[in-house]
Design a protein around this ligand. Structure first.
Ligand code: PNS
Length: 167
């Protein structure tokens, strides 16, 4: 008799300030591979975000409302402890370019040191998203640059509202 395996839960952690189409691509890929993927928004980070924690969560919930195996949550403290509380066995991270590698490699090995049973899985987004980052999106948009197709529509609308407010 075959034993039912426990569901494979992955955590996709990040700042998501804001969600980009590169993130969306990684979440969709993760949702196809794992039984469920928890998009975990880092709360209480030192850096001052453009979008509040609540806004970032709401955006991701809106975009993935039709994906029942994508959950959205916030976390603070050590990622590995959060992952253990969620019964996750995998941390998903996106790798866009070689320049991401060193930081990601250090984090993956530190997390393995802290929690040897937790595996980091790197996924590559589609080529058209390899140059996108939340930081560049914010910078280009606030300087009136075109970001069409690089972020979900809801992010674009919210960015417009923030720029209008800023004047
Ligand atoms: O999208 P980001 O900002 O590159 O995500 C970085 C994140 C949130 C994955 C990382 O800063 C993190 O895991 N922070 C939680 C605190 C922690 O566990 N730090 C040790 C990491 S080895």
């Amino acid at each position: 008799m075959t034993q039912a395996r426990s569901p494979r839960i992955a955590i996709y952690p990040g700042s998501f300030d804001p969600l980009t189409n590169g993130h969306v691509d990684i979440i969709e890929r993760g949702a196809r591979i794992f039984d469920s993927i928890v998009v975990a928004v880092l709360a209480n980070a030192d850096k001052k975000p453009l979008f509040s924690e609540g806004e970032r969560v709401q955006i991701i919930r809106d975009v993935f409302k039709d994906h029942p195996n994508v959950q959205v949550d916030t976390f603070d403290g050590l990622l590995v402890e959060y992952a253990q509380r969620k019964n996750a066995s995998v941390i998903v991270r996106g790798l866009r370019a070689i320049s991401d590698f060193e930081y990601e490699f250090q984090m993956a090995l530190m997390n393995r040191h802290l929690a040897p049973g937790l595996e980091t899985v790197f996924m590559m987004p589609a080529e058209q998203y390899t140059y996108i980052s939340s930081r560049l999106i914010k910078e280009v948009f606030m300087l009136n640059g075109e970001i069409d197709g690089l972020v979900p529509k809801t992010v674009e609308e919210r960015l417009h509202a923030k720029r209008a407010k800023k004047g």
